[in-house]
Design a protein around this ligand. Structure first.
Ligand code: RB5
Length: 147
C-alpha cells in the first residue's frame, strides 16, 4: 500500500548528526531520493527547528521522513504535533515492523544515544520493507486527528 512519494526527508540535531550521516549513506545506497534538512555539523543546535522543517515537508509532499536526536524523544514530541504526521520512535525490530503494519508511520524516529548504529540500520530496513495492513488499522488512524 505505497500511497506516498519516494522522497525521504531526513533530519537530526547535533546529538544524532553522526547517525544521520550513516543512515543517509545507507538509504542513498538503496536508491532513495533524499533531502537532508540538517543539521550540517556536530555543533549544538535546537532539535525543534529541524523537526518542524522535516514534518512540514513530509506533510506537504506526502512522503516519508526520518528524524533523529539523542533519545528520539524531543523529535517525537515535535513531529507528532503536526496533524497528519505519525512519527514512530523505534528501538528494535518489533517496534519498527509494527509502526508500519499497524500505524502506517510516515516518520521514523531514532535515538542515537539509545540504539547502536547496527540496530538503527536494521530498524530502517524493516521500516522501509514492511507494508501497512490497512483495514481496522486505517479506521483507527482516521480517528487520531479528531480532537
Ligand atoms: C541533546 O543533548 C538532546 O537533548 C537531544 O538530542 C534530544 O535527545 C532531545 O530530546
Amino acid at each position: 500500500m505505497m500511497d506516498y512519494s519516494d522522497r525521504i526527508i531526513i533530519g537530526s540535531d547535533h546529538a544524532a548528526f553522526r547517525l544521520k550521516e550513516i543512515i543517509k549513506k545507507h538509504i542513498e545506497g538503496i536508491g532513495y531520493d533524499i533531502y537532508d534538512a540538517g543539521c550540517n555539523k556536530e555543533e549544538s543546535c535546537d532539535y525543534p527547528i529541524i523537526g518542524h522543517e522535516v514534518t512540514r515537508i513530509v506533510k506537504k509532499e506526502n512522503c516519508r521522513g526520518i528524524l533523529m536526536c539523542g533519545t528520539g524523544l524531543g523529535m517525537s514530541f515535535v513531529a507528532n504535533r503536526r496533524p497528519g504526521i505519525r512519527a514512530a520512535l523505534c528501538h528494535n525490530e518489533y517496534t519498527a515492523e509494527m509502526s508500519k503494519m499497524h500505524n502506517n508511520a510516515n516518520i521514523l524516529i531514532l535515538g542515537s544515544r539509545v540504539v547502536a548504529e547496527s540496530m538503527a540500520i536494521k530498524i530502517v530496513d524493516i521500516w522501509f520493507n514492511t507494508e501497512f495492513e490497512g483495514g481496522r488499522h486505517q479506521r483507527r488512524i482516521d480517528q487520531i486527528d479528531i480532537l
